[in-house]
Design a protein around this ligand. Structure first.
Ligand SMILES: Cc1ncc(COP(=O)(O)O)c(C=O)c1O
Length: 408
């Protein structure tokens, strides 16, 4: 596919025309979203998260509207990730306990007989934080056991948050993210634990697909909330680690809106932009960012794209944006200190990356060309997902209160 690389203000942006005639994965359609939603609604802690309209900021940045799906309020876990973990665990438990997945819901797992059986099941995962917290919490809901492994350099605070969310044991390893995933996989094989990983590779696809389908709940809620306000997004900016969330949400939006689908832009940290790299290589395949990359966007610090969602992001994106850490910090501060009557939103590094990148696209003269090519202007309605709150409260304060990672 024809691609054009733009650079400006420490950002790299790869532009392309989405592939004509491409089809998004069927498993991300309305039916899949409904099934996940039916299950999530049966969890007592379920509540739709708010869709926040940032009117003043829209005026300031020169667009018609900015809508933010605030996932920092999901299940009290400060991130969207619990949606995937709970739904995948539900699917695994239905299969293992031979329950009808079309009929069962969370309430069935509160019965004594099912809890006794579920108590014998152990899950294992590798995580940089939010997914592990979701897995730990979900294991507690179902009465299962869980083990969580974290890559080297993970914050102790994030490890403690996982431990206090549920029954999981947590260990920070001496490995990078990809190696930690392999370690969790090895442990699952040695001990007969269920690997519940939020990325897929050859031969490991069913469980990650369920995780991705779990994320569709936030996408379908957002679409419903936009429709209630009689509006439709023209552009969606999705942050990516392995791209499971971005590809899942994009897939759902493609199914829902068809030809009127908003323009999709993928945002990643510059140091570890594996979707950007794979798009730039332009051979259709997934590519890995080697080494031990570092970024403040811990949730996006992933080196290899998810095999399931990569084709969606490859074929349907209009832009791949690799941004510096200060872009995420900029987004966090914009959310925390809103203009006029806009509601403040608590957003962590990975959550705010999209607002930061989008705001810089609109603000910086060097990026004028890019906004023109993406058609960003007075008629644009922007959809963003604040995928996390202050999941690392100390870092959050140093950035939002003390001004760490200022603009260049
Ligand atoms: C807060 C947050 N946002 C976004 C992502 C990206 O999700 P994915 O790895 O599916 O791209 C993550 C992943 O952990 C995350 O924690």
């Amino acid at each position: 596919m024809e691609k054009e690389l733009k650079q400006g203000y420490h950002m790299e942006i790869l532009l392309q025309e989405p592939k004509a005639g491409a089809e998004a994965l069927q498993e991300l359609d309305e039916e899949a979203a409904k099934h996940a939603m039916r299950f999530h609604r049966s969890i007592p802690q379920y509540q739709e998260t708010p869709l926040v309209s940032l009117e003043e900021l829209s005026k300031r940045l020169g667009v018609k509207g900015i809508y933010v799906k605030n996932e920092s309020l999901r299940f009290g876990l400060k991130a969207f990730k619990g949606l995937g973990g709970t739904y995948a665990m539900f699917r695994i438990l239905c299969r293992e306990l031979m329950m009808d997945v079309e009929m069962a819901d969370f309430r069935d797992f509160q019965k004594k007989e099912q809890r006794e059986k579920a108590g014998k099941i152990t899950f294992v995962t590798a995580t940089d934080g939010n997914h592990g917290k979701g897995v730990s919490w979900a294991a507690g809901l179902f009465g299962c056991q869980a083990h969580v492994f974290m890559p080297k350099g993970s914050s102790e605070m994030r490890a403690e948050a996982i431990q206090s969310a549920g029954p999981a044991t947590v260990q920070i390893t001496d490995k990078n993210y990809d190696e930690t995933v392999q370690y969790a996989r090895q442990m699952s094989e040695e001990h007969g634990w269920f690997l519940i990983q939020d990325t897929a590779w050859d031969g490991y696809e069913e469980i990650p697909l369920w995780i991705i389908q779990g994320y569709l709940t936030m996408a379908s809620e957002a679409v419903k909330q936009l429709e209630e306000r009689k509006t439709k997004p023209t552009h969606v900016f999705l942050q990516a680690g392995v791209g499971a969330m971005a590809g899942g949400v994009a897939g759902y939006l493609i199914h829902h809106y068809g030809k009127a689908c908003p323009m999709i832009s993928v945002v990643e940290p510059k140091e570890v932009a594996c979707i950007f790299l794979s798009a730039r290589e332009n051979d259709g395949a997934c590519h890995t960012v080697e080494g031990d990359p570092e970024t403040i966007m811990a949730g996006l610090n992933c080196q290899t794209p998810c095999k399931i969602t990569w084709p969606v992001l490859r074929d349907f994106s209009s832009a791949y944006i690799a941004c510096p850490d200060f872009a995420a910090a900029h987004g966090m501060r914009l959310y925390a200190n809103p203009s006029g009557n806009d509601e403040p939103v608590v957003s962590g590094e990975s959550g705010a990356a999209t607002l930061g990148a989008f705001a810089l696209l609109m603000e910086r003269p060097e990026l004028k060309d890019v906004r023109k090519q993406l058609g960003l202007g007075a008629n644009s309605v922007i959809l963003l997902f604040n995928t996390e709150g202050d999941t690392d409260p100390v870092c959050y304060q140093t950035i939002v209160r003390d001004g760490a990672y200022p603009l260049a």
